[in-house]
Design a protein around this ligand. Structure first.
Ligand code: NAP
Length: 242
């Protein structure tokens, strides 16, 4: 079994790649810029006895994604699971949103997911089996000031999850999403400490999640136990959205 995890050099993607390897997957490790970190993830996976290779490609760039899928086919010969995870956040209140940041967020968080889903579905259709797991965010269902753009992109991820699930079900492909709350990764580094304390108070469980929490849910969705589940968005946020 082979999985591709986008944005797997760090954070949630890294944890998903390693977790899937623990569950017996060979893993294609996609990343954008950080060669050393991607190489570390490959080596961690190889230590677990699974095959791994790193693929540097900006998921917002359709040609780069198509080239990556060709290379994955040459290296692994198949694809069973896609974890669409590569994403960016650039918080700004409405009047401060600038055009470059807006385009970058839409390109990576929405177009990137479509590029990879399209290429993956093409491979999976021929086997009539596959799983696409989109990493959304609790911000898709919860209004967080300053996250207008980010939440709009994640809302789009939820919508695409439902639509693609319906389209691809007859082809044997399931499409689900996970919507994490605050997860301690480099993505949270930009949040000031006083804001973090405020957010923790709003989480019924009283603490942030970690990347492993998300990886556990992703690996569960990838497992045969969830073969009849499609089009769902699984929220894991310590109760934040309740
Ligand atoms: P992170 O620590 O900032 O890591 C981002 C990863 O994505 C890195 O591996 C980065 O590669 C890669 N990446 C960024 N842009 C890319 C592109 N254009 N093409 C390919 N790879 C790209 O982020 P994270 O916290 O793990 O977040 C991962 C996903 O979870 C995102 O979709 C995010 O929206 C979602 N999420 C995060 C949280 C949270 O609290 N952390 C909560 C909810 C949802 P390089 O290392 O090469 O730059």
């Amino acid at each position: 079994m082979v999985a591709l995890v986008t944005g797997a050099s760090r954070g949630i993607g890294r944890a998903c790649a390693i977790k899937l390897a623990e569950h017996g997957y060979d893993v294609a490790v996609n990343y954008n810029s950080n060669d050393a970190k991607a190489a570390e993830v490959v080596s961690e996976i190889e230590k677990l006895g699974q095959k791994a290779a790193a693929f540097k490609a900006n998921t917002a760039d359709l040609k780069a994604v198509q080239d990556m899928f060709r290379e994955i086919q040459k290296t692994f010969g198949q694809l069973d699971v896609l974890v669409n995870n590569a994403g960016v956040v650039d918080d700004a209140y409405l009047l401060m949103i600038n055009e470059d940041s807006l385009s970058r967020s839409l390109d990576i968080n929405i177009k990137g997911y479509f590029h990879c889903a399209q290429a993956a579905a093409l491979k999976m259709m021929s086997k009539k089996h596959g799983k696409i797991i989109n990493v959304s965010s609790v911000s898709s269902i919860l209004a967080v000031e300053g996250q207008g753009v980010y939440s709009a992109t994640k809302g789009a991820v939820n919508s695409m999850t439902a639509t693609l699930a319906k389209e691809l079900a007859p082809r044997g492909i399931t499409v689900n999403a996970v919507a994490p709350g605050f997860i301690e990764t480099e993505m949270m580094d930009a949040i000031p400490e006083e804001k973090k304390s405020e957010y923790i108070k709003a989480i019924p469980m009283g603490h942030f999640g970690n990347a492993e929490d998300v990886a556990n849910v992703v690996a569960t969705l990838a497992s045969p136990a969830f073969d009849y589940v499609t089009g769902q968005v699984i929220v894991l946020d310590g109760g934040l959205s309740l």
